[in-house]
Write a protein that binds this ligand. Structure first.
Ligand SMILES: *[C@@H]1O[C@H](CO)[C@@H](O)[C@H](O)[C@H]1NC(C)=O
Ligand SMILES: *[C@@H]1O[C@H](CO)[C@@H](O)[C@H](O)[C@H]1NC(C)=O
Ligand SMILES: *[C@@H]1O[C@H](CO)[C@@H](O)[C@H](O)[C@H]1NC(C)=O
Ligand SMILES: *[C@@H]1O[C@H](CO)[C@@H](O)[C@H](O)[C@H]1NC(C)=O
Ligand SMILES: *[C@@H]1O[C@H](CO)[C@@H](O)[C@H](O)[C@H]1NC(C)=O
Ligand SMILES: *[C@@H]1O[C@H](CO)[C@@H](O)[C@H](O)[C@H]1NC(C)=O
Ligand SMILES: *[C@@H]1O[C@H](CO)[C@@H](O)[C@H](O)[C@H]1NC(C)=O
Length: 604
């Protein structure tokens, strides 16, 4: 059979599917799947049958098409025309595709839709029109596509919507209007969308939501209003959304929440109000939100929290309050949050945490107080938080940690105290932390550690003491750490290590002594997998002979350099050196210990 380009559409319609074989078009083989006998495929497209359902998919994506291809088979179920250069759809262009249920027109240059453009698509379920240049759509644009379940109009230039645009779409489930230029919405624009589950309005310029806007959206589950210009949330806007589960209001300009703004939203599980300008929470900000699991209020301007601000949120699991201006945590601030697991308060201006501030947090696992200049912590603050796993207190200006600061944290696994200005610790400063596995004291001002500091920390595996001013350590300091696995003592001022300091650490695999003032070191304990020694003024006389032999015999434990691990894109290939450079005696000064000959030690 001969096919000519012009006659193809007709031919495809007239000839029975089975009778057609692959057929040349303008010299090129059409790419009908080899094992299918079916209608012809436009030369520029790829046609294939779905294995399980036998449905015909026609792929004409990214072909620089300026016009619709001719001869799309009538039986097509899914048609991909995305990433082309289509600037308009002629009237009735898809008229014969009455089985079409998926049409992808995203990423073209469509600036409008003819009233009859979608004529005949009575079975269309999914319509993608995102990433075009649509500026407006006439009412009735979707009058021919009454079966639509999902409609995506995101990333266009829509500045307004016609009243009635979405009328007659009773099955619509998912509507995306995100990343347009919408400033106001007509009062009744969503009326009739009784099946709608998900509505995306993110990334527009909406400044105001009228009270009746969401009337009738009785099935809505998720509403995304993030990245708009909303200034306040009035009561009664969301009351009509009894089934809403997820509400995104982040990245707006909201300064005020009306009391009762979220009244009656019993199904709401997830509320994001982060990145706004909320300065205070009304007395009864969240009444009746019995289903709420996640509340995000980070990056606002909240200056204080009333006691029991969150008292009705019995099922809340995550509360984010980081990056606000909270100055103080009063007693019972979080009462009622018996199911809370994650509480973030990082980067506020909290100076004082009153005893009892965390009362009632019976299930909390993570508390982040990093980035607050706390100055002091009283001994009672964490009492009762036996379920806490991780406590973040980085950058918190603590100065000194008194005894029993962490009393009550019997389940704590990870304690982060990096950069916290800690200059002194007492024997009992870490008392009660029986489950601690990771302790990060990096970059503080510790110049000495009391002997009994780690008493009772038998579960500790990771101990980070890098970047302090330690010049000596008590001989039995590390003895309680039976499980220590990783020990970082780098960037201190250690001059000598007491004999036997590491001898009981049978589990130790990683030890860093970089950048100290050590002159000698006896390789120990056995079992080490990585030993960092660089940056010390090694005295390469007889006592260092054992280290030389060890380093030469175990190059994988004491490598001369390790290639830097690349993370991210802009990674500079590089090495981390582990030089054991001799500072003395003069005749080997500057040499690496491993390069000093056997003769040098002959007299030892
Ligand atoms: C589409 O046009 C661009 C630029 O003119 C070209 O680089 C690309 O190869 C074309 N793609 C096809 C499938 O013809
Ligand atoms: C798309 O069409 C416009 C004119 O309508 C033309 O200027 C442009 O080069 C075309 N782009 C491609 C990739 O074909
Ligand atoms: C639809 O089919 C009719 C007759 O079957 C034909 O005349 C018309 O050109 C077809 N339309 C398109 C857009 O292919
Ligand atoms: C805690 O806050 C710090 C400081 O902002 C941040 O770097 C860290 O990722 C936070 N950690 C958690 C678990 O929230
Ligand atoms: C060693 O640590 C000190 C203080 O932490 C720092 O000033 C110095 O630059 C470090 N030296 C090397 C070689 O890293
Ligand atoms: C370590 O030794 C290598 C050569 O093995 C040298 O290139 C590098 O500069 C040395 N690094 C330091 C910090 O001394
Ligand atoms: C350095 O000097 C010492 C004694 O002064 C000597 O025992 C040793 O062999 C010398 N080492 C080298 C490498 O010359």
């Amino acid at each position: 059979m001969a096919c000519s380009e012009g006659g193809l559409a007709l031919v495809a319609l007239l000839v029975s599917w089975a009778a057609l074989g692959p057929c040349g078009l303008g010299g090129a083989e059409p790419r009908v799947l080899a094992d299918t006998e079916g209608p012809q495929c436009p030369a520029i497209c790829i046609c294939s049958y779905e294995d399980d359902t036998g449905e015909l998919n026609v792929f004409c994506s990214s072909r620089n098409l300026t016009h619709l291809p001719i001869g799309i088979p009538d039986g097509t179920r899914a048609l991909w025309l995305d990433g082309n250069n289509l600037s308009s759809i002629p009237p009735a262009a898809f008229q014969n595709l009455s089985n079409l249920d998926f049409l992808n027109l995203q990423g073209n240059r469509l600036s409008g839709l003819e009233p009859q453009a979608l004529l005949g698509l009575q079975n269309l379920y999914h319509l993608h029109l995102e990433r075009n240049q649509l500026r407006s759509l006439a009412a009735g644009s979707f009058a021919h596509t009454r079966s639509l379940a999902s409609l995506s109009l995101g990333n266009n230039l829509l500045g307004r919507l016609e009243e009635g645009l979405f009328q007659g779409l009773p099955h619509l489930w998912d509507l995306n209007l995100g990343w347009n230029s919408l400033v106001v919405l007509p009062d009744k624009v969503f009326q009739g969308l009784g099946s709608l589950r998900e509505l995306v309005l993110a990334g527009n310029k909406l400044a105001y939501l009228q009270p009746a806007l969401f009337c009738g959206l009785g099935e809505l589950r998720e509403l995304d209003l993030s990245r708009n210009a909303l200034r306040s949330i009035k009561a009664s806007v969301f009351v009509q959304l009894p089934r809403l589960q997820k509400l995104h209001l982040d990245r707006n300009l909201i300064t005020a929440l009306a009391p009762g703004a979220f009244l009656g939203m019993r199904a709401l599980r997830w509320l994001d109000l982060s990145h706004n300008r909320v300065a205070s929470l009304p007395e009864d900000a969240f009444p009746g939100l019995l289903g709420l699991h996640v509340l995000r209020l980070a990056h606002n301007a909240i200056g204080s929290l009333r006691p029991r601000s969150f008292k009705d949120l019995h099922f809340l699991e995550e509360l984010q309050l980081g990056h606000n201006r909270i100055r103080q945590l009063a007693e019972k601030t979080f009462e009622g949050l018996g199911q809370l697991e994650v509480l973030t308060l990082n980067d506020n201006q909290i100076q004082e945490v009153k005893a009892g501030a965390f009362l009632g947090l019976f299930n909390v696992a993570v508390v982040n107080l990093s980035g607050n200049c706390l100055q002091t912590l009283s001994g009672q603050v964490f009492r009762g938080l036996a379920t806490l796993h991780s406590l973040h207190l980085e950058g918190s200006c603590l100065g000194r940690l008194g005894p029993q600061t962490f009393a009550g944290l019997s389940g704590l696994r990870r304690l982060f105290l990096k950069h916290s200005g800690i200059s002194s610790l007492e024997e009992q400063s870490l008392g009660g932390l029986h489950s601690l596995q990771e302790l990060d004291l990096t970059s503080n001002q510790l110049s000495h550690l009391p002997r009994g500091l780690f008493q009772g920390l038998s579960q500790l595996e990771y101990l980070l003491l890098s970047g302090n001013q330690l010049s000596a350590l008590p001989a039995d300091l590390l003895r309680p750490l039976q499980r220590a696995f990783w020990l970082d003592l780098s960037h201190n001022r250690l001059e000598v290590l007491p004999e036997g300091l590491f001898s009981t650490l049978g589990q130790l695999r990683y030890l860093s002594l970089r950048n100290n003032s050590l002159q000698t070191f006896l390789p120990q304990p056995p079992g080490l997998e990585r030993l960092w020694l660089e940056g010390n003024p090694w005295d390469c006389r007889c006592p260092l002979r054992a280290l030389r032999d060890f380093a030469l015999q175990n190059p994988s434990v004491v490598p001369r350099s390790v290639q830097a691990v690349c993370e991210g894109d802009d990674c500079q290939p590089g090495y981390t050196y582990n030089n054991i450079t001799c500072a003395s005696p003069a005749n080997v000064s500057g040499l690496d210990l491993r390069d000093v000959g056997e003769d040098h030690f002959a007299h030892c």
